[in-house]
Each structure stands twice: as C-alpha cells, then as structure tokens.
Design a protein. Structure first.
Lengths: 163, 786
C-alpha cells in the first residue's frame, strides 16, 4: 500500500506533462502533416505550376485547380503554366499527404499548422492566397516582370528527399 | 465490289481480311494492339516512326512448282525476314504469319520509344495532352524505364510558336510523325503547313498568310500524338481527366457533325458547369472523325455574359425584369387576342422539338408558322451521299470545288435556270443522265429566297427527268444556311413571300431564335408597326430590343433535342452545360404558353419527339431510343488507345436515323414549274451584287467566340479589278453602296478570280442584300494624313 502511495507522492513533485495550450505550444515532428503551404522559390516565383496532379492524386477530391498561361510581363511561376485558382477544402482533406507526393515541383507541402477552425462550411475552403507562403525578404511578390527566355522550364531538376 | 479475302495468322489468331488491308489494321480486327505514332487509319501510311515494328513471315514457295513448301509435319514452311517490318506499310498476304509479342519485337519497341524520347521535354505536368497522350501511354506500356541518353544533350526549342491564331506549336514536343502535315495535304487539301529542314532540326512551319489558314486546322491537334499542337482555345483549360463529356451536335451548319463537349466546373463563373472544348465524335456517315474550326470554337455563346437570364416585359417604354408567370400570362393573353393574325417566326437553329411545339401553338391559336430564311425548296429534299462520283460544279464564280470537279459550268447570276435548260445536252449533262446514282446539292449562294426556290424546283425536275429520284443515293440535298432549316420545313414552317407585310399586319408576332430586325432595317420598321412582339432568344438581339416581352431561352447545349441535317439525318444531342439563370428550353416555354391557352403540349423532349413521330409522316417510327442506337464503326477510334486515331470520341450516344424521302415512301411530289426569275434591271452606273455565305459569319452564336475575331466576315464588297477600276474603287479602300432606301459603308476587296461586272457581299454582315440587287457605288475618299 505504501508502495502505491509513494508512487502517487512522487508524481506530485514531477514536472507535469500537461501544457497550457494555446498559450504554450509544442513543436511538431518533421514529418507532421498539417495544413498545406504552397511554396515559393527564393526569387519569389511560385513553385506551383497549376498541373492539377495533386488534385488527381487526392483520394478525398479536396483540391480544385484551374490553370492559366504565364507571360514574361506577368509571371507567377517558371514555365508557361500557373495556377490561377487553387483551392483546398479542409473539411474534405484527410491529411494523407498524397498531394505532396504527386507534386512534380515540391510546391505543395503539408505544414506545421494544425489549428483549423471554421464557423461555416465555406470557410473550410482555403484559397491560393491563404495557402501561399510569404515572399522571402526583399523579393517582389507575384506576378513579376521577368526577362524573356529565362524561365522556360516548368519542372526544376530535383533530388530525392533526404528526410 | 467485294474484295478477295486472304487468310493470315496474327499471334495466336487466324483471321480473314480483305486483300490490301494493312497488317496494323488487320490486327485491330482481332484486338491485337500494334502501337503506332505516324500511322493514321484515315491517311496513307508513311512508315516514319518505326513504332509498329512486327515480325512478318510468309510461306515459302517452291519456284519450280509454284507450290507452298511444307515442313516435315505438313504445315507450310514460313520464312521470316531478317529484320522486323513496319506493320503500317505491310499489306496482308495469303498465309502470312505476324508475330507481335516476341522478345525481339518488344526490344524493338523499347528502343524506338527510347529514341523518340532522346529529345522530348519533361513537360507532362503542364502539357495539354498529358492524360490522353499516345506518347505517354506507349512509353508506359512499351518503353524503357530509363534512358541511356544524356539528359543535358536534349534540344531546347521554341515552346510557344503560334502557327496561326488558333493552333500553337511546341517545337520540343513534336516527334516528327507528319500526321498534321499529311492531314492538311491529303485529307483537307489545304497544304498550308509543311516540314522544314531535316533530321533533328526538322520543324513544322506554316506557309500561308494568315498563318495556318485552314478551316479544319483544329483536327491536327486531335491527331497529333503528342502535345505539340494545341488549340489556343483550350490551352491549359483543364486536364483531360477532370472533364466530363456530353454527346452533342454542332449547331452551326446543316451537316450535323457529331461532337462531344467536354465540360468542367469553373470557379470564374461561380461553380457552373462550363464547356471547355468541343471534340469530334465519330460518325462515319456524317463527319467521320473530323470537324471544322467553326464548330470547334463556336461554343462560346453558351457562356457569354450577354445571355438573357430572366424574362423581360416592357413597362413604360423600358424592358424590365419580370417573373416567368407574369410574362407568360401576358403573352398568353395577347396570343388569345391576336387569334388568326398571329405570326410565329422561327429560325433554323431551333431543334425539331421546339419547332414542332411552336407550330402546334401557332395552329392552336389559328396563326401562321413562318420560317426566317433566304433559301427555299425544303419540301423536295431527299437522300444520302456516296463517294468517288463525277462531280459537276455549277457556280457563278470560281470556287475551291472546281479543282475536284470533272465538269465545271459557269452562269451569269440570275440566269442559273437557263443553265439547267440546256444542261442535259452538254457533256456534263450526259454524264449526269447516264450515272447510276445522281445527287444534286443546291445552295443559296448569290440567290434570294425566290431564286433558290426556283432552283430547287428546276433541280428536282432534272432529277425526275433522268430518273434519279425515289431511291437510295439519289435526289436533292439542300445546303441550308442553318443547322436545322430542314427540320423547320419538316415541322411545317414555310418562308413568307413578303415577311415585311406579314409582320406589319400581325396583331401579335412571336419570334424565336431569329433576328429579322438585325438582318434588315426594313423589317425592324415593320416590327414597330406590329401590335405586340414576343421574342424568345439567347441574346437581347436587335429584334428583342423592339419586343414587348422577351423570353430567355436555354441554349441547345443546356438541354436535349434533335436536329435534322441537310441530307435528312435526324440526330439527337444531350445537355452539357448548366442552364443560364432562369432560361428555359424553347419547347418548354411553348408548352407552358399552350397550357395557358388550354392546349396540352408535351414538355419533355422525348415526348415531343414521340408526337412528331405520330404526326409527321417522314418521322414515323422515330424515338429517342432509336436515335441513340449505335453500330460498330470502322476504323475503331476513340477508345483508350488514342494513339491509333487521335483524341476524338467513340460514338456511344447514337448515329442518328436517315429519313426516307417522300418518293421512297411512295408519296408523290407535285413539281411546280420552274420559271426563270427575273433579274433586277441594272441601270447604267449601278452594279449587280449578290450575297454569298462565309464560314465565319456574324451569326449570333458565333460572334461571342473572340478567338475568331480576326477571321470573321466583315461588311465588304468583292469585285474583279476591272470592275473596281470602273467604279473608281481601290483595293483596301472603302465604298458606300446604296439601293432602295439604305446606304452602307463597306470595305473593298479586289479579286481577279471574280467575274467582271459582279459584286459579292457576305451575308450576315449588316448589308441588306438578300438576293441579286442593283446598287449604286460611291468610293469613300480616305484622307491621307501627312
Ligand atoms: S493531404 Fe491528402 S486528402 Fe488532403 S489535399 Fe492532400 S491528397 Fe487530398
Ligand atoms: S501544387 Fe504541385 S501538383 Fe498541385 S497543381 Fe501545383 S504544381 Fe501541380
Ligand atoms: S506530349 Fe505527351 S509525353 Fe510529351 S510532354 Fe506532353 S504529355 Fe508528356
Ligand atoms: S506536330 Fe504533332 S502531328 Fe505534327 S509532326 Fe509533330 S508530332 Fe506529328
Ligand atoms: S512506322 Fe508504322 S506507325 Fe509509324
């Protein structure tokens, strides 16, 4: 019996595992699959080329993409094509990460954010503006004016992921 | 002419096919897939890509005896060639053995794909062909997983080369199969694109001005086995797998091309189902697997912002939105009041169902059903077409058909019927009289309503005289200005001899899918005199602006229906897009109106057709099920093996039904005597002008296609240089032409192929010339700025 009480007593002085969410937050694991982020290159161009492969890979049919054509005067992404509409319905998404796997440019990444709340159904649709990450410091946002003949390739050369 | 059959073996199948058939086609008969890139079943083989390599063996023949040498077991001895053969250039022969599944063949295919990919970009994610790409599919099925070639040595070529405004080329993706060039040369005879340079630097170029000047250019994007050719219209429009398809018909002309609309939800239009592209649907009796660019691009009227979306009623001089009930009650009341002085005027782009209900409504009210057309003779039309015949072309001016004609006859405009008078004595006439089957195609180019009616009578008389009527493959085929003009005739609509007077005297005019006021200012004035005008249309047309009630109609793409083509094939179409606003199908509006007048009309398309079948003798026995029947067509096209015939669609929704002509049903047609219509007298200083049709006209359903703006017909006067000089006109200048109460400024085009002393103006461009007309001409002085 004393042995049991001793355990109780001991745990009273231990550091509690409970944290004071939302004041306090734990960092997520590297492979955590949270809310999606649409990535940019260092020069500010969007990685997403509007190919809709994520949408076709998605088992929950959560993604809707419409593409349009880039010009050097109005460039959103390298190559000819960019996503003029990009929407993810977070109520449908099952955070499986298939979209991430399907993306040929590593544009869509399941991020760290797990705090998804909406007060109405339409609020669950995240638009491109909500999903796109901010441009790096000192770089213009899209659309950009770019020199002709430079950004002709949609799909960059890529290496196998390391983590 | 049944061809001799030969027996051969392909893998484990033994089959019999007609002599001369190519191995690649024979294999399809037994469902053996031989992959191809350059071969296309509608074109001569060229053997350029080597994808179709197979092992071909033939029986060994003893030269001395001429007998087949036998193996020890009694089977014929087969000698295989030292190398593989291309199945697309090898015709079948007796006793042939074809092996398509050996390791040798597989290795060859793998190497051909690897070779084709040596300089192919990694574009699939952004490529419009991705998902329905023969190269993608065949690489997955037969190609190597990796390449031995060096990635950095790929050629980098221009990716955005507009061949014309409609078709764009991506040089990197082209695999040099030559299908596009061969299509333009062999199938269309518009040799406006060609190969340039050789070997790895080979390019596709256009040598016409404007670029890729062919009205069938869009077909090259279907048969291109890669995403090298894309239409400017569909570029990045959607991925192929995201769209759903709806079987439909083209509504722009009376040929009745079978098409498929690809539809997808669109964020821009608030989540509506929107047509993204039109593709041909195979119907070997009509359009085979092709369609023209007018049909391919001319669907944008459906999504036009100008579409009417709610009923409008005139209140205090203004057209203001009203509810359906209010509008229909008002119209019903006016129809009741008008009684027999009601005129129902319909255009030839309505479906049979719409026209039938409209005519029933006109009958119920005691009014008259009038067709808005400039061409007559629909009561004489007959039956189908065969190929490889003698072609006799009768035209006032040179046309492209002349090239294919065995006999060409020219006439002075208006004196066409004189040509018919002496026709049977001419060389061409003898060919015609002696022909086993004869067809007369007649149109209204250069003619007015009266003249084309007479023309139809004269042609019919000719057919009767020579015995070419009342049997299959013989008769008269009108080339109508509208998709369903024939249907309108069959549903009992007839043109009015004097439309202006008729409108003026009507107490109520009910106009559907027709724009008399926009065509002719004189009719606009007549409409203003009519007591009450109801217009049912897609757009707020000129006519609708004169209306008291405007009813918004659903476009044909948004509903069901059927059209009757010029050669009298009834075909049905299916709904594709979301209906606009409160718009309703024409036949439903009419049925609801009839209901208010105490007449029961069916309000479902299938039921209307049942009634048509019951009441219109030529349509007896038709039903929607019947129109939806299909039988297997050859070549087999449009299944998942898009490499074979391109991305056109297999027909699963009906080939339509060919109507028998009246004579075949044993009915007698009364032939009125064909008088030669009098030409307007041409006073000195005036010029005789005739109206001609242009493919890209200014029709209400084509104008919303912005892509065609550069090619659409404009108000112009085309004449011979000599005639132009006589009137002091200069090529590229402007002129004012005038006749009886109107004056219009037009551009001047000079063309030495035209006859002297004759002017041509395109229809639909706002110049009120509807038949041969004498006009006065004044050059417009263009000020040249220093
Ligand atoms: S995570 Fe899975 S369910 Fe969510 S959008 Fe991506 S593919 Fe679809
Ligand atoms: S996120 Fe990636 S897969 Fe999705 S459309 Fe953009 S580029 Fe394509
Ligand atoms: S043509 Fe076919 S294989 Fe080539 S990039 Fe386009 S989809 Fe891919
Ligand atoms: S453009 Fe297309 S159809 Fe024409 S040669 Fe190249 S691959 Fe063949
Ligand atoms: S060589 Fe036979 S298909 Fe190209």
């Amino acid at each position: 019996m004393f042995q049991g009480l001793w355990t109780t007593l001991k745990s009273m002085f231990e550091k509690p595992p409970t944290i004071q969410y939302p004041e306090e937050k734990r960092p997520v694991r590297t492979r955590f699959r949270g809310r999606h982020v649409l990535k940019r290159y260092d020069n500010g161009l969007e990685k997403c080329i509007g190919c809709a492969l994520c949408a076709s890979a998605c088992p929950a049919d959560a993604i809707f993409v419409e593409a349009s054509e880039n010009t050097d005067e109005q460039r959103f992404s390298p190559g000819e094509r960019y996503a003029s509409t990009y929407e993810i319905n977070m109520l449908r998404c099952i955070f499986c990460g298939f979209c991430e796997d399907a993306c040929p440019t590593e544009a869509i990444v399941l991020g760290d954010n797990y705090e998804l709340t909406f007060t109405e159904r339409t609020g669950s649709i995240y638009t491109k503006q909500m999903l796109l990450e901010a441009v790096p410091e000192g770089v213009k946002t899209t659309p950009q004016v770019t020199p002709p003949g430079v950004f002709t390739r949609s799909v960059p050369e890529m290496k196998d992921p390391t983590d | 002419m049944a061809k001799k059959l030969v027996t051969l073996r392909i893998d484990e199948h033994t089959l019999q096919v007609p002599e001369g058939m190519l191995v690649v086609d024979a294999a399809r008969k037994v469902n053996v897939d031989i992959p191809v890139f350059c071969y296309h079943p509608k074109m001569d083989p060229v053997g350029m890509c080597r994808m179709c390599l197979v092992d071909v063996g033939r029986p060994v023949i003893d030269r001395a005896t001429g007998e087949v040498v036998k193996e020890a077991d009694g089977s014929p001895k087969i000698a295989f060639g030292p190398k593989l053969d291309t199945a697309c250039t090898t015709p079948v022969s007796e006793g042939m053995v074809v092996i398509t599944n050996s390791d040798k063949v597989r290795a060859a295919r793998k190497e051909v794909v690897e070779f084709i990919l040596t300089s192919h970009p990694l574009d699939c994610p952004v490529c419009d062909k991705g998902g329905e790409c023969p190269l993608q599919n065949l690489t997955m099925a037969y190609g190597p997983g990796t390449s031995r070639f060096i990635f950095d040595e790929k050629m980098h070529l221009a990716k955005h080369v507009p061949l014309g405004e409609l078709v764009w080329l991506d040089r990197e993706r082209c695999i040099q199969c030559g299908r596009c060039v061969r299509f333009q040369h062999e199938v269309v005879d518009d040799p406006v694109i060609d190969f340039f340079h050789r070997g790895r630097s080979l390019e596709i170029i256009t040598d016409s001005e404007p670029g890729f000047d062919s009205v069938f250019s869009g077909n090259t994007t279907d048969i291109c086995p890669v995403g090298a050719l894309t239409t400017a219209d569909f570029r990045f429009g959607a991925r192929p797998w995201e769209m759903v398809s709806a079987a439909s018909l083209c509504s722009h002309c009376p040929v009745g091309c079978n098409i498929t609309y690809n539809v997808r939800r669109e964020a821009k239009t608030g989540g509506n189902m929107v047509i993204k592209r039109a593709m041909p649907r195979q119907n070997e009796g009509v359009n085979e697997i092709w369609m023209c660019d007018k049909g391919r691009l001319g669907y944008h009227f459906t999504e036009s912002k100008q579409r009417l979306s709610e009923p409008l009623v005139r209140k205090g001089g203004e057209l203001v939105p009203a509810g359906w009930d209010e509008a229909l009650d008002l119209v019903a009341q006016k129809l009741r009041e008008a009684g027999s002085s009601l005129t129902v005027l319909a255009g030839g782009r309505l479906s049979n169902e719409d026209l039938f209900n409209l005519r029933r409504l006109a009958d119920a009210a005691g009014g008259q059903a009038v067709l808005d057309t400039h061409m007559g003779g629909g009561d004489l039309a007959a039956l189908a077409v065969e190929r490889g015949a003698a072609l006799i072309v009768v035209n006032p001016n040179e046309t492209r058909l002349d090239k294919f004609a065995t006999h060409t006859l020219r006439y002075n405009p208006g004196e066409l019927l004189l040509t018919f008078g002496g026709f049977l004595e001419s060389a061409a006439g003898k060919v015609f009289a002696e022909a086993e089957n004869a067809l007369v195609f007649y149109g209204s180019n250069g003619l007015g309503l009266q003249q084309s009616t007479y023309l139809a009578y004269a042609a019919a008389e000719l057919l009767v005289k020579t015995g070419h009527y009342g049997k299959a493959n013989n008769g008269l085929i009108p080339v109508w200005p509208k998709a369903n003009s024939q249907g309108a005739w069959d549903m009992g609509f007839r043109p009015a001899s004097n439309l202006g007077d008729q409108l003026r005297q009507s107490k109520a005019v009910y106009i559907a899918a027709s724009d008399p006021a926009g065509d002719d200012p004189a009719l606009a004035a007549a409409l203003d005199e009519a007591k009450f005008v109801i217009v049912q249309d897609l757009f707020l047309s000129e006519t609708a602006k004169h209306a008291d009630v405007v009813l918004p109609a659903a476009a044909y793409t948004e509903r069901e229906g059927s059209f009757t083509s010029g050669d009298r094939r009834v075909q049905r179409y299916y709904p594709a897009a979301t209906p606009r606003g409160l718009a309703r199908p024409d036949f439903i509006i009419t049925a609801q109106l009839a209901g208010r007048l105490g007449v029961e009309l069916p309000a479902a398309a299938a039921l209307v057709l049942d009634q048509i079948a019951a009441q219109v003798p030529a349509y007896a026995g038709l039903s929607y099920q019947k129109l939806a029947e299909v039988h297997e067509q050859w070549p087999i096209i449009g299944r998942s093996d898009v490499y074979y015939g391109g991305t056109g669609y297999e027909n699963k929704h009906g080939l339509g039904v060919q109507l028998p002509c009246a004579a075949e049903r044993g009915e007698k047609i009364d032939l009125p005597a064909a008088a030669n219509p009098v030409l307007p007298s041409v006073p000195a200083g005036s010029l005789l002008v005739i109206p001609v049709a242009r493919l890209y006209d200014q029709g209400a359903t084509l104008r919303p296609t912005a892509l065609l703006d550069g090619r659409i017909a404009r108000a112009e006067l085309a004449l011979n240089p000599e005639t132009a000089e006589k009137f002091g006109l200069q090529a590229g200048g402007e002129a004012l032409i005038a006749a009886g109460g109107w004056r219009v400024q037009v551009a001047v085009r000079v063309d030495s192929h035209l006859p002297v002393g004759l002017g041509l103006v395109p229809r639909s461009t706002g110049v009120p010339v509807f038949g041969p007309t004498a006009v006065t001409i004044e050059p417009v002085q263009v000020e040249i700025k220093a």
